[in-house]
Design a protein around this ligand. Structure first.
Ligand SMILES: C[S@@+](CC[C@H](N)C(=O)[O-])C[C@H]1O[C@@H](n2cnc3c(N)ncnc32)[C@H](O)[C@@H]1O
Length: 502
């Protein structure tokens, strides 16, 4: 049996309209870019039903508005994570495809013990690489625990998944009775605690088993996995069926680099690895052994294709847009898709946009307040923010729909008398202002030591940020320094920079 998602609430109003062909295409392209999951036409009604819940949660009336919203958000934004959670398939079971656990007992564990007798480590590392609600990693833990208990071995199990809902359930380790019903009663007694009171009808994984498993969110498409060390076995089962061949190829090549020499890769019953015979030797029942000296070791694994395609598409689209650079004290907003660029040292830039009206803009703030006291200038905090909000609203944005990103506030001005903690104050100001005004800050890069170049796309809210390289970095710090010194000498003599509204 598989865990189920909550039922749709029949009392909630249905979203207006159906999911159109274009909207379905837009969503499935985004989902492919984000997760590698390829959704064919047969998944359309499933996507429509599940996304309907997200429309209601966001108070949106149409699928079109929802597409605009999620397309405008960064991959780490809460709503994008919710969308991903909506479209994953999480079917799993304790001891699913039991031959793999039998293989560990009868082959891998004895092999590790034989190596330990020759001086190898008394340490077993296993990875459940699409662990869903935890049944697979806990089954690994039970299998390893029963084999190694009392023998002085260290058991380490990493369990990862992209879906934060199932990960939360997995971490809790609480399962309704029917999920453990099929297990031998001795296994249940040894590894689970029976729930009482409000937990009646549930079983909880015993702490001594739970402590063997570390759960982390990991998206196979990410450039960095943050996974250290190599594993004696990786279970990557029943997930690549949702990926196209290019994505499968890239994923298995990356997993290959995380396997110990002579380690094993387990895949699902309807998956195969024939196309990578140079890296993996097929054994019976979808077990694959890492080949000892394969060509794959010589070259680094390729980037995930979905991400490559997405990056190419992004670059192509932003390359065609008009560009506009702003500097200290300038505010720029427009309804014409534009890339706004600025260079930031200790200054801070707020970017605002309305994902539905596709209007956006940016300011460039020197300090939260004028050093000499009250001054209504676009160089300083509240006034600069109000100018930006008004500018976006004048171009058709609605205040309640505004979303924000903020950048800058690096520690580059710490030497000058004016600034002291300018960067900290700038970072704190922009966060507090946005919170007070209830404008969600959905992306930020604030602090650090490096000046930043920021490119912000006004129509979709995408931002591209990179540290300013070498000499140019010193220039940014120097010009901010001079600007600040001038204000300290005489704030009145500094010319008010232009405010540009288009
Ligand atoms: C059908 S479950 C498989 C669970 C378990 N491995 C098993 O065989 O019983 C597939 C899991 O893959 C996860 N998944 C899908 N795309 C992913 C990605 N890009 N990165 C990491 N996990 C992903 C899903 O969230 C889901 O929980």
């Amino acid at each position: 049996m598989s865990p189920t998602r909550p039922e749709l609430n029949p009392d909630s109003p249905a979203p207006q309209g159906q999911l159109s062909d274009a909207e379905f295409d837009s969503l499935r392209t985004l989902i492919y870019e984000l997760t590698g999951i390829s959704l064919n036409d047969s998944k359309r009604s499933l996507v429509e039903g599940r996304v309907a819940r997200r429309l209601r949660a966001n108070d949106l009336a149409s699928y079109g508005e929802y597409c605009e919203l999620v397309r405008s958000l960064p991959a780490e934004a809460e709503e994008v994570v919710e969308l991903i959670n909506c479209v994953t398939t999480n079917k799993t079971d304790f001891f699913r495809e039991p031959h793999h656990f039998e293989f560990l007992r009868t082959r891998l564990f004895p092999e590790l013990e034989a190596r330990a007798r020759k001086g190898g480590p008394r340490h077993v590392r296993l990875w459940s690489a699409a662990c869903s609600s935890g049944e697979e990693p806990y089954t690994l833990a039970m299998t390893a625990f029963e084999h190694f208990a009392g023998k002085g071995w260290r058991i380490e199990i990493l369990a990862t998944d992209i879906d934060t809902d199932v990960l939360a359930r997995a971490k809790a380790g609480v399962y309704p009775t029917e999920r453990v019903d099929g297990l031998p009663s001795e296994t249940v007694r040894r590894h689970f605690l029976r729930g009482k009171g409000r937990w009646a009808g549930h079983y909880k994984v015993r702490p001594e088993l739970a402590q063997l498993v570390r759960f982390e969110r990991l998206n196979f498409m990410d450039d960095e996995w943050g996974v250290e060390g190599r594993f004696d076995a990786i279970f990557c089962r029943n997930v690549v069926i949702y990926f196209d061949r290019r994505t499968q190829d890239a994923l298995f090549r990356r997993l290959h680099t995380h396997l110990a020499d002579e380690g094993y890769l387990m895949i699902g019953h309807s998956e195969n690895l024939h196309f990578l015979a140079e890296l993996f030797e097929p054994l019976p029942k979808t077990v694959h052994k890492k080949r000892a000296a394969s060509r794959g070791l010589a070259t680094p694994p390729p980037a995930m294709p979905a991400r490559v395609l997405a990056a190419e598409a992004r670059n192509a689209s932003s390359a065609q847009l008009p560009r506009r650079s702003i500097t200290i004290g300038e505010v720029f907003a427009t309804q014409t898709p534009t890339v706004v660029r600025t260079l930031l040292g200790s200054c801070v830039a707020a970017c605002l946009w309305d994902p539905i009206a596709r209007v956006g803009g940016m300011n460039h703030i020197l300090l939260p307040t004028a050093p000499g006291g009250e001054e209504h200038s676009s160089r300083f905090g509240v006034h600069a923010m109000e100018l930006l909000i008004n500018a976006v609203m004048q171009r058709g944005g609605e205040r309640r729909r505004l979303r924000a990103k903020a950048f800058g506030a690096a520690h580059v001005l710490s030497q000058i008398s004016l600034s002291g903690s300018a960067s900290e104050r700038n970072a704190a100001f922009v966060k507090q202002f946005l919170e007070r005004e209830s404008i969600p800050l959905i992306g930020a890069r604030l602090g650090g030591n490096a000046p930043l170049e920021v490119l912000f796309q006004t129509h979709d809210g995408k931002a591209f940020v990179r540290p300013v390289p070498g000499n140019a970095s010193a220039d940014v710090a120097h010009s901010e320094h001079q600007y600040g010194e001038q204000i300290v000498r005489n704030t009145r003599t500094v010319a008010e920079p232009d405010i540009t509204l288009f």
